[in-house]
Design a protein around this ligand. Structure first.
Ligand code: SF4
Length: 705
């Protein structure tokens, strides 16, 4: 591990917040400016990134293992964890245990956790909080391309003439990418279109804003597909030579979206703006469509993703500079988790649990007889299984599901009643950690070492620049320590992050004869020194190469059995839970500009807290008047699943009948209840991603007693 040098020479590392993946120069406060050599941000950082140096203190850190609420030795905590997991497996079978992990983990942490659960315990029960952020994009990519592949690079944002942002408040949630967009607008006149139910900061800065009604994205893009056919903008050569399913998708779109007036009315978009968007898309060859949580966090999220991809396939706008469908990931290593099988329905290295050849390959590579052969429980199902007692032992790594999961009241009860709960974290007092039987002190950012992958498939190093405090250990080390005590020592004898990365890279190339695009075999023979010096690189990096690949599908081939991309015929469907008399308002949840997740790090910085010192419910003036709720007063927001209380901001940024509550506040920092307690647990049937953007709710004035 690289400690911070004595002469305070900064260390090149990667920001631990969003999926943009900016390079930063690590060092003690007030350092951490942007890394001018990192190709993502070229030295820029946003407000959160610029404050990283102020988050490195050890106050409120978990520094020692805890068992039953008291300080314990590592041996006691590890022995107990290994014994209780082994006993549960022995008595109730491998599917009685589960890991719930995080997009905050490094790829190497993720790799060993997946290897232990799927490879040696023999269950698919490892899922991640990234399920809450981008699972619908993964499922949409697999349906359209045959593999979870992001075609674009950030350079495509620089080179586009039109960028359509759907359900993406990039100005707040991916600020450095939004800066690249506004630079492109200044330099080449790139037009920016924002499609969102709220007038976000992104929408306010867009050239055209379409305030869609929640859940109407499929209709909007089906209307676009029908329009492209009507005005002769289909790339017939590309469609006939490189795709399947166009006629079915078009027929579905045409029946779904017969004419502009009906689309505009149902989507809640002014007619002229709808036509302007369709004409702009039809006329602009270099178009990138960005989508994020507003698309993914939906019971129809996968269909929404495919409705967008259909429009790019129809126009052949993929695999060329300045064009393509582009999913922005939320977390710093959501993409890395996808690479190693951190989702319950993936195996490893983009291989699948449904493919016997993949199972055979991974079984031989890991030299195991216990490989899981079926998908495990996805996040919401996993906590349902915890609630009804099917899961006997759960290990939560680097995340706080008590606060972030929908149906939070049930999740909290399930965690409190869990037979055996283990939590690895940097801080001791999260809503989840307070129920733990065993607490493992994990190394934090600046202390741990490994890799992360950002939204454009770029693998960057996170490097340590401080010594490990107290008795903390990196997550990969803790997992390996438990695996060894469970009797799997030979497979988990890694000595550092580099040795794990090499194995991960070798697995991606193992008997891969070109059927999978994800291949980083060219990095499988990195020495420790080369790993330490590794520069940011975009996968794939096949054997014999060290340079990466900026853009996918340039050769017009897709990793499907016949090499063709697939149109998916999708139809408009309403959100899973409709508003009605008892709960007439749509509650939307999301991020603020200056906070990250449950604020364990950003909440330590006064200037970041200054943007929003408390959770504020945003509400349209018409709703505020009809409900008798005053601007600056308090409102109770309740649903069929729970309630929360927040101060109110009355704003025309909200459409009538909708309200917005930030996701960051937990019971740790407010006595009023976190949004997760209110959010509904309905999920997309394909991706398993919960519908965090659409909960039917009731609002009422609240007077503190
Ligand atoms: Fe960090 Fe994201 Fe800000 Fe870049 S844009 S500095 S990765 S929070």
């Amino acid at each position: 591990m690289t400690a911070h040098s004595a002469d305070h020479e900064p260390v090149r590392t990667t920001c631990p917040y969003c999926g943009t993946g900016c390079g930063v120069l690590g060092g003690p406060a007030p350092m951490t400016p942007g890394d001018p050599e990192h190709p993502t941000n070229f030295g820029r950082v946003c407000a959160k990134g610029s404050a990283l140096g102020e988050t490195l203190g050890l106050e409120n850190r978990l520094l020692h293992p805890m068992v039953g609420g008291r300080r314990a030795s590592w041996d006691e905590a590890l022995d107990l964890t290994a014994r209780r997991f082994a006993e549960a497996v022995e008595k109730h079978g491998p599917d009685s245990v589960a890991f719930y992990v995080s997009g905050q983990l490094l790829t190497e942490d993720y790799y060993v956790a997946n290897k232990l659960m799927k490879g040696f315990i023999g269950s698919g029960n490892i899922d991640t909080n990234s399920r809450l952020c981008m699972a619908s994009s993964v499922a949409g990519h697999r349906r359209a391309f045959g593999e979870d592949l992001v075609p674009c690079s950030y350079e495509d944002l620089d080179e586009a003439d039109l960028v359509v942002l759907v359900g993406s408040n990039a100005a707040w949630c991916h600020p450095i990418l939004f800066r690249r967009l506004t630079d492109a607008r200044a330099r080449r006149g790139t037009k920016i279109v924002a499609i969102d139910p709220r007038r976000t900061a992104t929408a306010a800065d867009a050239d055209l804003f379409l305030p869609v009604q929640p859940g109407t994205d499929v209709l909007l893009f089906n209307g676009l597909l029908a329009h492209l056919a009507r005005v002769g903008r289909i790339d017939r050569d590309f469609v006939s030579e490189h795709t399947n399913g166009f006629e079915d998708a078009l027929a579905k779109a045409q029946s779904d979206a017969p004419e502009f007036y009906a689309i505009a009315e149902e989507c809640g978009v002014p007619f002229d703006d709808l036509v302007a968007f369709y004409d702009l898309f039809a006329a602009t060859e270099r178009t990138v469509t960005v989508y994020s949580q507003g698309v993914n966090q939906s019971s129809r999220g996968t269909d929404k993703v495919n409705a967008i991809i259909n429009c790019h396939l129809a126009t052949g706008r993929i695999g060329h500079a300045g064009m393509g469908p582009f999913s922005f990931t939320g977390q710093p290593n959501a993409m890395g988790g996808r690479e190693v099988g951190g989702l319950a329905n993936q195996l490893a290295a983009h291989m699948t649990l449904e493919n016997p050849a993949d199972l055979d390959r991974v079984q031989r590579f890991w030299k195991t007889q216990k490989l899981a052969t079926a998908s495990g429980l996805k996040a919401v199902d996993m906590f349902d299984a915890l609630a009804d007692g099917r899961i006997k032992a759960l290990w939560v790594m680097g995340t706080n599901p008590a606060a972030s999961m929908p149906n939070g009241n049930q999740v909290r009860k399930a965690l409190a009643n869990c037979d055996f709960l283990v939590v690895s974290d940097c801080v001791p007092g999260t809503d989840t950690a307070r129920h733990a039987d065993v607490l493992f002190p994990a190394a934090g950012w600046g202390e741990k070492d490994g890799t992360v992958t950002n939204s454009e498939r770029r693998i960057s190093r996170q490097r340590a620049f401080m010594p490990l405090p107290g008795e903390t250990r990196p997550d990969w080390r803790i997992v390996c320590d438990v695996a060894q005590r469970m009797g799997f020592g030979e497979a988990f004898g890694f000595r550092n992050a580099a040795s794990i990365f090499r194995e991960h890279a070798a697995l991606s190339a193992f008997e891969n004869h070109g059927e999978r695009v994800f291949d980083i075999g060219g990095l499988a023979d990195l020495t420790d020194h080369e790993f330490e010096a590794l520069k940011p690189v975009q996968w794939p990096v096949p054997a014999g190469q060290r340079a990466g690949t900026a853009r996918l599908f340039c050769d017009r081939r897709f990793p499907t059995p016949d090499g063709r991309a697939r149109f998916i015929a999708v139809g408009q469907q309403a959100p899973a839970n409709a508003t009605g008399q008892g709960h007439p308002v749509v509650l939307n949840t999301g991020r603020l500009r200056d906070q990250w997740h449950t604020m364990t790090r950003t909440g330590e910085v006064a200037r970041l807290m200054a943007q929003a010192p408390e959770p504020v419910l945003e509400l349209n003036p018409a709703d505020a008047i009809s409900l008798g709720i005053a601007d600056g007063g308090f409102a109770e927001v309740s649903s069929a699943w729970g309630r929360a209380v927040a101060r109110v901001r009355v704003t025309t940024d909200q459409t009538k009948g909708q309200a917005f509550l930030p996701m960051h506040w937990t019971d740790d920092v407010t006595a009023h209840g976190s949004p997760g307690r209110v959010a509904n647990p309905a999920c997309d049937a394909v991706s398993g991603q919960p519908e965090l953007k659409h909960t039917p709710a009731r609002l009422a004035p609240f007077a503190a007693r």
